[in-house]
Design a protein around this ligand. Structure first.
Ligand SMILES: Nc1ncnc2c1ncn2[C@@H]1O[C@H](COP(=O)(O)OP(=O)(O)OP(=O)(O)O)[C@@H](O)[C@H]1O
Length: 312
């Protein structure tokens, strides 16, 4: 999947703006690629251009070598998109709907297999209208998975899923990749981006502000770590304050002890000082992680998992 200088311009209140603003992006065969960005960053607009549902204002979009607008019918055989919202035939059961979907594709998976993989077995005979939000979301993902597409595109697939359903979804995504498929997904969940995706692009106001493996992005944009520990109240913190790798240090009195929280680019060396001469106890080390990268580059926090659950 390739984007070259892609622009999508919309009109709002009589003015135009670029919801997607000169994006270059390539997703390699066999990877799980995550699109992250605050609300309104342009993720869905990008996904809809991949699906051929929106025409770029300018630039080039290629999906598996094809132009999604000109070759939509051809692409439909090898690309599947799970939209954020979709109308389903509400009177059909989960199994009936998936049988119908499977019948459109020559090499589709068996409905029972996809149902089991996404933890929908207990809902197999439930009509779509009667599914819970999370079950309906899994059914949407199932309709995309069943055709065994070369490129699977998921728009916020974890929305509304509880933690165990999320694990099942991630298992299904990984096994799609293991079977040779490529996956592009948008997400608001840090855990999903960091744990599931091989590479991620962070979008902000229609632009790609960073792209790479989660590990590389953390090393490049948020290398600091936090050390939190307790010491005796009369401990001498001068060596820590003087250390070139310490960027921030805060002291709090907690139950007669001194609680120190510091940010550092040199956690390994400082750990030696804290646990050795300084006699630090209850030492915790925290990474800024992808969350730190996101915060630094977009100015917004990732939605906490609970909030993402409530969105459904
Ligand atoms: N048809 C449209 N006409 C005008 N503006 C639009 C249209 N569709 C989307 N937008 C605007 O374009 C911007 C990007 O929207 P988009 O839905 O692509 O963002 P997103 O990153 O998917 O957001 P979210 O995380 O909230 O789903 C937003 O400001 C949105 O309001």
């Amino acid at each position: 999947m390739l984007f070259e200088q892609v622009v999508k311009r919309y009109e709002r209140d009589g003015a135009t703006f670029n919801a997607v603003d000169h994006i270059d992006l390539s997703v390699h065969a066999g990877e799980i690629f995550g699109l992250l960005g605050p609300n309104g960053a342009g993720k869905t607009t990008g996904i809809e251009m991949i699906a051929g549902l929106r025409v770029p204002t300018s630039g080039v979009v290629r999906v598996l070598g094809l132009d999604p607008v000109a070759h939509r019918d051809e692409l439909r055989q090898v690309l599947a998109v799970q939209p954020q919202h979709a109308a389903l035939f509400d009177q059909q059961t989960v199994t009936e709907l998936l049988r119908l979907w499977a019948s459109f594709y020559p090499k589709a998976d068996r409905p029972e297999q996809v149902i089991a993989r996404l933890g929908l077995t207990e809902s197999a005979n439930v009509r779509a209208a009667e599914l819970s939000g999370g079950q309906r979301q899994r059914l949407l993902v199932a309709t995309a998975l069943i055709s065994r597409p070369r490129l699977l595109v998921l728009d916020e697939p974890s929305t509304g899923l509880d933690p165990s359903a999320r694990q099942e979804l991630w298992g299904a995504v990984r096994s799609h990749r293991a079977g040779g498929g490529t996956v592009l997904l948008s997400t608001h969940l840090m855990e999903e981006a960091a744990g599931l995706c091989d590479r991620v692009a962070i979008l902000h106001k229609g632009r790609v502000v960073a792209c790479g493996t989660p590990g590389d992005l953390v090393r490049e944009h948020a290398p600091e770590r936090q050390l939190i520990f307790d010491v005796d109240p009369d401990a001498d913190l001068t060596p820590l304050r003087a250390h070139a790798g310490v960027t921030h240090l805060v002291e709090d009195r907690v139950n007669g002890r001194l609680r120190v929280t510091l940010s550092t680019t040199d956690a390994d060396a400082l750990l030696g000082v804290v646990s050795g001469p300084l006699g630090g106890r209850r030492i915790q080390v925290k990474d800024a992680g992808l969350e730190g990268v996101f915060l630094r580059l977009t100015g917004s926090a990732f939605a906490p998992a609970d909030e993402a659950l409530q969105e459904a």
